[in-house]
Every structure is written in C-alpha cells, then in structure tokens.
Design a protein around this ligand. Sequence first.
Ligand SMILES: *[C@@H]1O[C@H](CO)[C@@H](O)[C@H](O)[C@H]1NC(C)=O
Ligand SMILES: *[C@@H]1O[C@H](CO)[C@@H](O)[C@H](O)[C@H]1NC(C)=O
Ligand SMILES: *[C@@H]1O[C@H](CO)[C@@H](O)[C@H](O)[C@H]1NC(C)=O
Length: 347
Amino acid sequence: MYSSSPFIFSLLLLLSIPAIFYVAPRILPPKTLPAIPDLDEADDLALFRRATLSSSSSLRLPPPPSPPKIAFLFLTNSDLSFAPLWELFFRGHHRSFNLYIHLDPNSKLNYSLLTPSFVGRFIPAKATQRGSPTLISAARRLLAAALLDDPSNAFFALISQHCVPLHSFRIAYRTLFSSPRLPSHRRKSFIEIVAHEPNLMNRYVARGDGFMLPEIPFEDFRVGSQFFVLARRHAVAVVRDRRLWKKFRVPCLKAREDSCYPEEHYFPTLLSMQDSEGCTHYTLTRVNWTGSVGGHPHLYGPGEVTADLVRELRRSNSTYSYLFARKFAPACLEPLMRIAESVILRD
Ligand SMILES: *[C@@H]1O[C@H](CO)[C@@H](O)[C@H](O)[C@H]1NC(C)=O
Ligand SMILES: *[C@@H]1O[C@H](CO)[C@@H](O)[C@H](O)[C@H]1NC(C)=O
Ligand SMILES: *[C@@H]1O[C@H](CO)[C@@H](O)[C@H](O)[C@H]1NC(C)=O
C-alpha cells in the first residue's frame, strides 16, 4: 500500500508530460498572428494555376486584336465612396479598361453608392486583415481574375477605397503606355522597390530569426508601397510564384506584430528578385506619411481638398507625375466632385 504510492505518483507524472503538450497550445495565448485558412489556400492555388496556365498558353498566340487595356483592381473592406469620381474618370474610355473588385465578405457594402462601372464587377473574395498575408492573397486573387478575364488587360493597377485619381484617364493611359511601339515584354511595372530602410531588419525577422532563409536572403529583402501598377508579365509572375509565397504566407510572431506588414514586402521583393530592370522602382500612387500614427498615413479630410492640394500631390521626383493619391476620407467626395472637371480630369 505505502510502497505503491510513489510508484503511482511517478506514473501520473509520466502521463502528464504528453498531456502538457496536448493542453498547453490550447490554453496558452498563440505565439503567432492568425494563419490563412487551409481551405482558402487550396481555392487560391487552383485559381492561380488556371490563371498561370491560360496566360502562358496565350503567350504563344498572336496579341489580342483590341487595344491594350488597364485593369483597375479595387481592394476594399468598406464602401466605395469615390465611385462617382471614378465614374467621371472612366467616362468615354470603356474600351480601354476593365474593373474588378475584391470586397472583404465580412464587410457590409451600401450597394446604392455604386455607379454603373462598378456594378457586377465583384470577384469571389475572402476575409482580409491588416498585418496579415491575407492582403497579399486578395491582391493575387484580383490579378488572377483579371488575367483570366481578358487577354487585353496589359496593366494591372491596385486601388483601394481611399484612393482617388489625380489626372484624367487619357493621361493615365499615356503614362503607362508611354511608348506605344514598345513591345509588351519591355513594358515596365510601376512598383516601389526600396532596399535601404531603417526598419527593414525588424520586418525581415517578423516570422522568426532566419525564417526567410534560404529562399530570401536579407540582401534580397525589399520594401515598397502595395499600391502598384504591374505589367502583364509581372502579374503572371506574381500569380505563378510558389517559392516566396511559402515563406510570406506564414503569419508573423505575435511578439513582432509591430513589424508585420507582409503586403509591403512580398511584391517588391519578388519582382526585384525576378526582374529588377523591368520595374521603375517607384509607385504612381502618392501617399503622405508626414505625422503618421500607428502605421497609417495621413487621412485627408474634406477641409483639405483644394485645387492646390491636387496639384501638389501630382508633383513627383520621377519621370512621371503621380496618377493616384491616398488616403482620402469618404466625406471628401463632395469637394472632390466640385473640382473634378475643372482640375482633376483636366488635361
Ligand atoms: C446608402 O447610400 C444612400 C445614398 O447615399 C443613402 O441614402 C442611404 O442612407 C445609405 N444606406 C445606408 C444603409 O447607409
Ligand atoms: C501631409 O500631412 C500633414 C499632416 O500630417 C500636412 O500638414 C501636410 O500638409 C500634408 N502634405 C501634403 C503635401 O498634403
Ligand atoms: C523629392 O525629393 C526631395 C529631396 O530628396 C524630398 O524632400 C521630397 O519629399 C521628394 N518629393 C516627393 C514628392 O517625393
């Protein structure tokens, strides 16, 4: 009797070891931010395969007969408040663009705000969160949908609900297709690619030290705005990629949440590794980081919208003036519409 109790005690102790491994992950807070659901990944893989296949087979076909188009990819989780302004921008150019919308299924949209160009342009979407690779997935889904939909889509512009145009469609089109005789394989993508930034190392190790190796050495890690305009061959490269995605799809460590901005790294890193020469290394979407709080840029309010602001936002240090700007609060619609014809869309 007495002699058996130390035995039972040690037996219980022994049995409790696997139990700790079983129970601990269920009661301790998770070490990482939420992962992408496996089912979403499987759906995406099937879509991306189809888009890659159809695009590589169309490379061997003669170029599409219609003039090249711009695919506008709207990535949103709230109302498309500036639809009326974009509608003016698109007016008269319906043969030169297509529009696609990825709306977070958890958001409630006021559909009565949509203007004709936006109606029926929603693609199958999945939930998105800030600081998560779900934003990359959403952008890739938009690229895949646009690649599959129309072989005439030659440029792919990512736009959010807070973006506004700074120029007319004619100027945007002329900027992208600056040399009409330039063969499509030499068209450049307008994507910001920055190699030196003070926080780059913290962001590189957001999933753990050495985690990105061997696919992505630190020397190849880049940062840049998610708001790009990609040439078609680069859109295909993004949708085809499995190698870098294997790393970027992994959620950041909870402890390094403040350095978690996967969507600002995936696209510039991938394209800089695959075809740095084929990219401008700057974006056409202006943003104001002065006085930014919590990783959010300045949000323009209705009181700030003037003709002078539009002219100021267009000004860039690159060859081309900015075509788009962010972020604007929904209430800016009215003052923006007031200067749309006289300033924004005036050539
Ligand atoms: C949707 O937008 C319309 C037009 O601006 C507005 O009248 C209506 O109140 C909005 N509905 C909701 C539920 O916000
Ligand atoms: C950028 O935002 C700051 C406020 O954070 C504002 O004072 C400044 O005028 C803005 N710059 C431009 C060019 O709009
Ligand atoms: C242009 O370059 C100057 C000097 O480097 C910089 O101060 C300014 O912010 C830049 N302007 C824009 C719009 O990027």
